[in-house]
Every structure is written in C-alpha cells, then in structure tokens.
Design a protein around this ligand. Structure first.
Ligand code: ATR
Length: 275
C-alpha cells in the first residue's frame, strides 16, 4: 500500500525540509504518487482544516511545531510512544479514523551509531539541555537506550514536569551543579533553540573540563555547525548535528505510510546541506 497524497503541516511551515526529503525518496523509488506538499494550518482551526485536507484526498500528514499536541489530541488511535510523549508528528487519515504516531524518538535513536549508543549512552551519564517538545523525545529515547538522563532547563519547573510525565526517576539539574554533571557525562545533547538565529550563541555550558570521550549532539542543523558544536570541536570532541535525526524521523513516517524502508543516503544529506 502507498498513500497518494502526503504533506507536512505547521504554523508556519515555509522553512520545512520535509518536502525535499520525502520527494527525494518518492522520485528515487519512482513512486506514482503526488509530490509531498507543505501546508500552513492554523492551530485555531486545526480540526476543520484536517477534515478539509482529508476531503482533498490527503492520507498522510507530518506535523511540526506548534501542532504536535493538537494532532495527538484529535487522533482516534495513537501509538504507545505518541501517548507517552502526548504528541503526534505523523497522522494517517483513514476513511473512518485518524491514527497518530510519533517518530521523533525513534528518529533520534536511528540517527546514532551503534558504537555511540554502546560506549556513550547505555548505562552512562547523559545530559539533556532544554525541556521543550524535542527534549521530550530525546529524553524518552535516551532512557529507552539505558542512559542515565539528567535534564537542565532555564525554567526548572518545565524540566520537572517533563521527567514526571515520562516517569523517569531523575531530577532537574540546577545551574550550580551543571558543569560538574556535564564534566562527568558521556553524552550531552542540546535541544534548546539557542544558536539557531544568526549571531546567537549557546553559552549554557562551559566546555573547559568536558571529558575527551564525551559525545556532543545538537538538534540544530542550520547552521550546520552551531556555536555549541563549534566549542566542542575546538576541544576535539566528537559531534553530530540534527540533520540525521530529521531524515530518520521522516524515514519512519515514510515507512508507516508507504510500507517502504528508506535511508539517509549521502546524496540526500548533501542535497539538504546545499539548501
Ligand atoms: P522545541 O519544540 O524545538 O523543543 P520549544 O518547545 O519551544 O521548542 O522549547 C525550546 C527550548 O529552548 C526550551 O527548553 C527553552 O527553555 P524554557 O523552557 O526555559 O523556555 C529553551 N530556550 C529557548 N530560548 C532559550 C534561551 N535564550 N536560553 C535558554 N534556553 C532557551
């Protein structure tokens, strides 16, 4: 089974790379389906717009900020991970029901090398910066991989809520404890939006005493190397940006809809980096 009409919805959605990713696979596989689109959907008229997209023949929708929670709430059936995260980034519009899934956490897991999982995450101290929507998926994923997760966020209460929601036995880190914990962590991931805007610097961590074997990940992929990753590279640490996660979460949605396994080829990565 393949789904003829698919799209990403968001508010705004203009800068989304999802069309480039899905259309790359659609073209590569020679699928006889419509090109994947991007559509602005206003949160205030979400259900009406989803119904009208369904009338127009759309069968699969990716959902981006700020619509993932509403997408979860209007789904008739939801996957286990979607329930846990209370958010859906993949909707399948059936004739009588909407299925909601979330591929962000598995996208994050699939973006990681086996060696990094074994040596830097499983049974190791890991640190997540931020407590927004993407932090939720990352914390869930690290916990699934056996990492001991601690969370730092500018607003501590949000970190507390996140850990409680995911039933993770851990506590938010305070500013005074942050550098000590970071220095003993094996994996550190920035999920905050700091560093996305031109000229903006992420100075949450001092990289002075981070261990040389620590793996540094930033969900930001534009710029390709954020100020956070720049600092890590200057210290000689291994780093990864969020592009691979973006592709892997898309690959999982693609498989849910079309039942075809696709991957993050070098050609696709180069294409996205050139955009
Ligand atoms: P996303 O869906 O990408 O995770 P989000 O839910 O808006 O986006 O979350 C943004 C994250 O970046 C939050 O953790 C936010 O911190 P607060 O919860 O305190 O707002 C963090 N963030 C954004 N701007 C920041 C800044 N200038 N300094 C520190 N953290 C920042």
């Amino acid at each position: 089974m393949v789904i003829d009409k698919t799209a990403v919805i968001g508010f705004p959605v203009d800068h989304s790379l999802s069309p480039a990713i899905h259309n790359y696979w659609i073209k590569k596989l020679g699928l006889d389906i419509k090109p994947y689109e991007k559509i602005n959907v206003n949160p205030n008229t979400f259900e009406e717009q989803i119904n009208s997209l369904k009338q127009d023949g759309f069968g699969g929708l990716n959902v981006t900020v700020p619509l993932k929670e509403i997408a979860f709430n209007i789904s008739d059936e939801t996957s286990g991970v979607s329930k846990k995260l209370r958010s859906a980034n993949t909707l399948t519009l059936g004739s009588d029901k909407i299925n909601g899934d979330n591929t962000d956490a598995v996208g994050f897991i699939n973006s990681l090398d086996k060696k990094t999982i074994e040596e830097n995450i499983a049974n190791k101290k890991t640190l997540v910066l931020g407590a927004g929507g993407s932090a939720r998926s990352v914390v869930y994923a690290l916990n699934q991989l056996g990492g001991h997760v601690r969370l730092f966020n500018r607003t501590t209460e949000k970190a507390e809520i996140l850990l409680n929601d995911l039933s993770i036995n851990s506590s938010p880190i305070g500013t005074e404890e942050l550098d000590d914990y970071a220095n003993s962590s094996s994996f550190i991931v920035n999920t905050t939006s700091l560093g996305q805007k031109a000229g903006e610097h992420n100075n949450i961590l001092s990289f002075e005493n981070i261990k040389t074997e620590t793996f540094i990940y930033d969900l930001i992929y534009n710029p390709k190397r954020s100020s956070f990753l720049e600092k890590a590279v200057a210290k000689g640490l291994r780093v990864q940006n969020g592009l691979r996660m973006l592709i892997e979460q898309a690959a999982c949605s693609f498989q849910i809809w079309h039942e075809i396994k696709v991957d993050a080829s070098d050609e696709l990565i180069s294409l996205l980096e050139s955009m």
